[in-house]
Design a binder for this molecule. Structure first.
Ligand SMILES: Cc1ncc(COP(=O)(O)O)c(C=O)c1O
Length: 412
């Protein structure tokens, strides 16, 4: 008799991106597929030095069990780093997580019942769908216009949707307001305020996921929505894009003490965290604390990462302009790691991926990021610009363009 799996495993999906990444390991393939930060942005020498000091001065503590909330000095530092005028975050509000991906899972565990209405943008971050789906929510595509932009109130997810709780029970909304994965879109300040107002008027809890907020190339993004609606928002941050994803350090910021339900949310999140992994590795937490204590200037570091990514973004924008066939549509992202490109009518991004990999370039077909049908999703693709050098980006886009032109002729 075969092993019987729990019913909830039927909701589990594998990430299409990981499957595609396997294909791109072939030699000679230039991959625009993975959302991998550039290794050149990892401060390896400083991390090595800090690591040696951790071993010398606190090796045993680093190897011991630690508390589930995270080390207090790290929570204090995280709270200080994200606080801003109008949003004074305390260390008690911060739960250190094993990547913000774990924060998504823990929030899913404590906020979602089977059948809970969960509003998600179309398209949205695949890893969030993977984390939430296990808890059986009723996924509701969040109606909106275009996919957000700097331009005005009418762009982005509709605030009204936060007020229509069509079903009984909790309603949760998930949003990446700054440099979204996959679209790169950034919500303007007016839309953020409108969403915050709707949160305050209704019964929806927002999960605001902000791993890319510091990766801005032209001007910083507007304040997070949590600043305007702190009582209704669970905010997720990450060190993956500003330091290194291998550290697996992220955090959840829960609403302040006086918010109704804040204490219960904190207690349940902590219990969920204990059940999942007891705590985030103490060595990694101590490593970052030591790095900071040694005088590592994270702001200067992030600024240099921004500079490199901006050059890569500009190289990609120029290459797309130069090579892509007529009828392609995209916007230059103001931050983050991705271009979102829509091919001309007749282009099928998923069907032509294997041939594209054969011709030496990989991307992620856009359909993977939707929970349901969308008229042009088959023509869309996500292109990452942070892993390859400007010269490689030029070559990758030129290969992609040749491939698209061949595919379009074959389709016609
Ligand atoms: C929108 C979004 N949220 C969360 C994550 C997870 O990041 P991490 O677990 O490395 O902090 C990612 C990773 O790419 C992401 O794109």
């Amino acid at each position: 008799m075969s092993i019987q799996l729990a019913a909830r495993t039927r909701h589990m999906t594998s990430s299409a991106i990981r499957d595609i990444l396997k294909l791109t390991e072939r030699p000679g393939v230039l991959s625009l597929a993975g959302g991998l930060p550039s290794p050149e942005g990892f401060p390896l020498a400083a991390l090595r030095q800090a690591s040696e000091r951790v071993w010398q001065t606190q090796g045993a503590q680093a190897m011991q069990y630690a508390n589930s909330e995270g080390l207090m000095p790290l929570r204090e530092w995280m709270a200080r780093r994200i606080s801003r005028p109008g949003w004074a975050v305390s260390a008690e509000q911060v739960l250190v997580t094993t990547g913000s991906q774990q924060g998504l899972d823990l929030l899913g565990k404590v906020l979602l019942d089977p059948g809970s209405r969960l509003l998600v943008e179309q398209p949205t971050y695949l890893g969030a769908l993977q984390a939430f789906s296990v808890y059986g929510p009723a996924l509701a595509p969040w109606p909106g216009d275009a996919h957000g932009s700097e331009q005005g109130l009418e762009q982005g997810p509709d605030p009204q949707a936060l007020l229509d709780a069509a079903q009984p029970g909790p309603q949760v909304a998930y949003l990446v307001p700054s440099y979204q994965n996959p679209t790169g879109a950034c919500l303007c300040e007016a839309r953020r305020r409108a969403l915050a107002q709707a949160l305050q008027a209704g019964h929806t809890t927002l999960i605001e996921d902000n791993p890319y907020g510091e990766l801005w190339y032209d001007a910083p993004p507007p304040d997070p929505i949590a600043v305007h609606a702190p009582h209704h928002t669970a905010y997720l941050g990450s060190l993956s894009k500003v330091l290194a994803p291998g550290l697996r350090l992220g955090f959840v910021v829960t609403p302040p003490d006086e918010a109704p339900g804040a204490q219960a949310l904190r207690t349940r999140l902590l219990q969920a965290k204990q059940a999942t992994d007891l705590h985030t590795p103490g060595f990694n937490q101590r490593l970052v604390l030591q790095l900071l204590q040694d005088g590592f200037d994270l702001d200067a570091h992030v600024s240099s990462v921004r500079q490199a990514y901006k050059a890569q973004r500009d190289a990609m924008a120029a290459a797309l302009q130069r090579h892509l066939p007529e009828g392609c549509v995209w916007q230059v992202p103001q931050g983050g790691m991705f271009f979102w490109v829509q091919g001309p009518p007749g282009f099928d991004a998923a069907a032509t991926l294997p041939a594209a990999v054969e011709s030496g370039v990989a991307y992620v077909p856009g359909a993977a990021f939707y929970t349901e049908g969308h008229a042009s999703k088959g023509r869309q693709m996500r292109l990452s610009f942070v892993t390859l050098s400007p010269d490689q980006l030029e070559e990758a886009v030129s290969r992609l363009a040749v491939h698209m032109k061949v595919a379009l002729v074959q389709a016609s």
